[in-house]
Structures are given as C-alpha cells and as structure tokens.
Ligand binder design. Structure first.
Ligand SMILES: *[C@@H]1O[C@H](CO)[C@@H](O)[C@H](O)[C@H]1NC(C)=O
Length: 190
C-alpha cells in the first residue's frame, strides 16, 4: 500500500515537473526562456548645453593623462586624457539651470588632428528623466562645426537606448580650453 502510494506520488511529481517545464515556469538551467514582447519604441529629442570647464579653482574637467614624449603627433596631444563631471544645462549661460552631468573621459585619439575618443555617461537630474542615463561612445573631431556621436545604451527611462548626439561648440576660450557645447540628442528607447 505504502509503495503504491509513493508510486502514485512519483507519477504526479514527474508529470507536474514535465508540465511546468514545458510551460516555462521552471527555468531551463540558469537562463529563463526568451519571451516575445510587443512594446512601442519612442524617439526622444533632448537639447542641452555641456560646460567643459578646465580653468579656475573648481574645474569640472581635469587632465588625468598627458601625452607621453614619445607620442609624436601633429597636435602634440595624442594620448592626452581628461576626466569630466561637466554640467549639462537648459540654456547656454553658465548660470543656466543644471539638468544633468556628463561623467566620463575623453582622450586625444588622433595623431593628425584634434579628435577625441568620448566615453561618457550623461546622467539627468531633473524631471521625469531624473536618475536616467545615456551612454555615449564616439569620435569627436572638436574643430568640426557639428560632430555626430553614437548613443550606445542607457538606463532608467533610457533602457535599450540607441541613437545619436549632434555636438556643436558655441563658445571656446583658447587660453584655458574652456568650452560650451550645444547638444541635440535623438534617442530611441522604450
Ligand atoms: C532626483 O532623484 C534624487 C534621488 O532619488 C532625489 O534625491 C532628488 O531630489 C531628485 N531631484 C528632482 C529634481 O526630482
């Protein structure tokens, strides 16, 4: 009697395991099964100004690597790297409302002109995007009027982000290297 009962229990557990596995309730190993989704992608346009301030007592961009002597380049900059925590503002003036920060680094990556490798997370600190980020990884030939850089990802409201940023320098001080850059960002996300 006891063995018949355990046989029945065994059959029940076998079939329920099979049934649940087929229905995707039990993960197959570590990964759960991929599920088809239907979601609408949005295109957002963001407009702001980036303040890259190297001068003064509290610069928001600091040189962390100088070009080594053996790095021969037309500009003398090759390899030079700056780490930034630059303000992103609504308007062009330095006193304009801050809506985010550009945290990351840029490195002189060209031996023949002034082109930077940009590795940046732009974190927004206002409104519905507060805490959301977009990640930029691109080439920035800073003397060009408009530079296009890819948005390669994001977080928060910008999960699954991809798109592009258009950067246009609106003010530059050649003595200090300080610059204000207008950004138009077009980003697809869910
Ligand atoms: C943005 O989020 C942070 C962290 O949750 C919070 O402390 C801050 O007050 C928020 N700012 C605005 C303007 O909502």
């Amino acid at each position: 009697m006891a063995s018949f009962l355990s046989y029945v229990l065994f059959l029940i557990s076998l079939f329920s395991t099979l049934f649940l596995s087929i229905n995707g309730v039990l993960p197959n190993g570590y990964f759960s099964e991929a599920k088809p989704i239907k979601r609408t992608e949005k295109l957002s346009h963001l407009h702001f100004y980036f303040h890259d301030i190297l001068s003064g007592k509290t610069p928001s961009a600091v040189k962390i690597i100088s070009s080594p002597p053996k790095a021969k380049s037309a500009t003398g900059l090759f390899g030079t790297t700056f780490m930034t925590d630059d303000a992103l503002t609504v308007g062009q003036e330095p006193t304009s409302k801050i809506v985010g920060r550009a945290q990351g680094f840029y490195s002189a990556a060209s031996q023949s002109d002034v082109s930077f490798l940009m590795v940046m997370n732009y974190v927004f600190t206002e409104g519905k995007y507060n805490g959301s980020t977009i990640s930029i990884l691109g080439r920035n030939p800073v003397l060009d009027d408009v530079r296009e850089m890819p948005i390669v990802g994001g977080s928060g409201l910008f999960r699954f982000a991809r798109g592009y940023a258009l950067a246009h320098t609106v003010w530059f001080d050649p003595k200090t290297g300080d610059a204000i850059v207008e950004y138009n960002v077009f980003v697809l996300h869910y």
